[in-house]
Design a protein around this ligand. Sequence first.
Ligand code: PMP
Length: 491
Amino acid sequence: MSTSERVPHPDLAALGLPEEAALSKLASQLYGMPPAGSSWNKTDEVAAPFYFQDYASLEKGGIHAPGQLSAAPQLAAVAPPAGFDVELVRRDFPILSERVNGRPLIWLDNAATTQKPRAVIERLAKFYEHENSNIHRAAHELAARATDAYEEAREKSRAFLNAGSPNEIVFVRGATEAINLVAQSWGRQHIQAGDEIIVSHLEHHANIVPWKHLADEKGAVLKVIPVDDDGQILLEQYANLLGPKTKLVSFTQVSNALGTVTPAQQMVAMAHAAGALVLVDGAQSVSHMKVDVQALNADWFVFSGHKVFGPTGIGVLYGKEELLNATQPWQGGGNMIEDVTFERIRYQKAPNKFEAGTGNIADAVGLGAALDYVNRIGMHNIAAYEHYLLSYATRLMKEVPGLRQIGTAPDKASVLSFVLAGYETEEVGKALNKEGVAVRSGHHCAQPILRRFGLEATVRPSLAFYNTCGEIDTLVSVLHRLRSARPIKVV
Ligand code: PMP
């Protein structure tokens, strides 16, 4: 999309000014405003003129005329993939036509959950209108339809991850439940006093709490891989943590708080070399990059359907087939048994062994539709377009005075965490909401990594392939407006 096609923020449109990127650049040139990350002191506030007015006065003075700024071409350093039409894609998502506070909805909370394409919504309706039944148990037509749809979704999940067999795909509620399942089944079976479990500093609470519970229960030790100041894993220190006592390593492929893409394949290999098993948390990766569990070679891989354009309440635990079959079940009940007497129980093999009770049949089918949809768009297109958007947004946000980006690893996906000097993160979130922009502000269920950066909270815009440069422009223009309302200078 060319810059001229972008829809300017309404405030800018009213002023008849060029795009925010140019304005932001101009502001930093004219005011000599320092780069992001400088230290600011709110008590040293200076009465800088209102940002947009200032541009207007300069314009009158003939220093710059609208349209003469050279910022736009420089911003297009990375090109969007040819043939990817974001406007066409957006039409598939009914909720993106929603208005919030009188403004078009700008959904930049994709790391929390993604919006659903019509294909998923209609697939759910079709299931309830034509197929609804419990699965596996009855001889009637609807049971056959529902079972086929559910097992097709399992096969789609297998193909999506390139797992070797559908038996390696266990449907669960989401990433959280998948990790708890492994901790409570394999973990209880194998972790003993004195054993070591390694997680990274980047982890979501979902990949800390279940291991901490297990370690406390068993007298095992939880160790943490540190990260550098950009938020990337320190591999040497990781290597030093690995040893004969390491039984399990569990880490994320993409950090939900910083966006860091970890060197997952290398980390898995290092853990295996030390004799440990590995769980990779794919909650934030599967919607942004192609995942191949055979190449990754993790023993378990988990993700949530709702973060990959599917329904809530459904997710996947991938586990190597032999390992799943050798692991004790987690919950007991119907569906997972082969034979029951009061004296002894024989379980089915994986995956049924881990799917006790009536599962979330319809949403599994919906997840299958979401994965079909993602495949139609093409993961390579998604990754390339998001990379372009992330570069575009990162560059614009750097130009907001007093904005500190949190998470600056060279390899990042989707997440643009930041704090704005002089503002609580919640204030920024509310100001953005007024303009229809949905972002998360808070600790993102990843308190340890935020504290590593001396923070309790950040504002976290997070991208998906239906976001546009115009939406980023709106986000950044609000940040500039906030900055202008509370000007500050460097100390
Ligand atoms: N891991 C990561 C990295 C996440 O971002 C999340 C969700 N924010 C989870 C695990 C947990 O996912 P869910 O709440 O869908 O179970």
